[in-house]
Ligand binder design. Structure first.
Ligand code: NAP
Length: 242
């Protein structure tokens, strides 16, 4: 069985990625932070594709939880390897820097940048030993362009982009690739407070994207077909920024 771990797999882009990876025959490790009901729904959708999955509840920002839950799964499944890792978990806490609390800064960096470190550190070793692996990081347009009101989120995603490029060079010789996708406005719970009608005029394609349109790119980067692509960031934003 081939295993794929998706952080933040309970909803939105992470769920769409889980479903597409299930179509590719992967058994899913579906991480979530608190939303058990939605995580169960993802698992059902994965099973409908004819494969299976395991729910792993942990906060990617919390090293202790990651070590206990994910580290525990790895230790008790030594015969299995995680071939694909999608670092997708993330949150927004938008506010101008002058009003930003330390909690708003730390929680956003924690769920994206620290989460990348805590999870990837545990998974990369198995990939290096097997001389095959795919890491895909879900970053954002904000990490490339910088968005006002999102210094925390832009910093977190820009940090992940730097980490993607550095790690790609560290592990390239062992058949492991590390890439990122940078979505623009995608219709998920994260953007439900944004008005598509007002914002779509800014987007050349005149619409928000669908989670499945991000998942398709993630799954390509996670496939054997993307064997000579590493350290790359793919924009998925309807032409908003390139
Ligand atoms: P979403 O619908 O709000 O879903 C977020 C997912 O991340 C949920 O599964 C949530 O778990 C999980 N999560 C959040 N914090 C976590 C933590 N600390 N530990 C573990 N899991 C955590 O968001 P989305 O739109 O699908 O976003 C997915 C990724 O795409 C994020 O990294 C986001 O920054 C990025 N992105 C999104 C957009 C967009 O327009 N939607 C654009 C650019 C980038 P629970 O269900 O348990 O809460």
């Amino acid at each position: 069985m081939k295993y794929a771990l998706v952080t933040g797999g309970s909803r939105g882009i992470g769920r769409a990625v889980c479903v597409r990876l299930a179509e590719e025959g992967y058994t899913l490790l579906i991480n979530y932070k608190s939303n058990e009901t939605e995580a169960q729904k993802t698992l059902e959708l994965v099973r409908q594709k004819g494969t299976d999955g395991v729910l792993l509840k942990f906060d990617v920002a919390d090293k202790k939880q990651v070590d206990e839950v994910l580290g525990g799964w790895i230790d008790s499944n030594k015969d299995k390897t995680i071939e694909v890792l999608v670092n997708n978990a993330g949150i927004r806490q938008d506010v101008l820097l002058m009003w930003m609390t330390e909690e708003q800064w730390k929680s956003v960096l924690g769920s994206s940048l620290d989460g990348f470190y805590h999870v990837t550190r545990l998974v990369i070793n198995g990939m290096l030993v097997k001389r095959y692996g795919r890491v895909v990081n879900v970053v954002s347009l904000s990490g490339l362009k910088g968005m006002p009101g999102q210094t925390n989120y832009s910093a977190a995603k820009a940090g992940m982009i730097g980490a993607t490029k550095a790690l790609a060079q560290e592990v390239a010789r062992r058949g492991v690739t590390v890439n990122a996708v940078a979505p623009g406005f995608i219709k998920t719970d994260m953007t439900q407070d944004l008005k598509e009608a007002d914002l779509k005029s800014l987007i050349p394609m005149q619409r928000f994207g669908e989670a499945e349109e991000v998942a398709d790119a993630v799954v390509f980067l996670a496939s054997k077909r993307a064997s000579y692509i590493t350290g790359e960031v793919i924009n998925i934003n309807g032409g908003l920024y390139s």
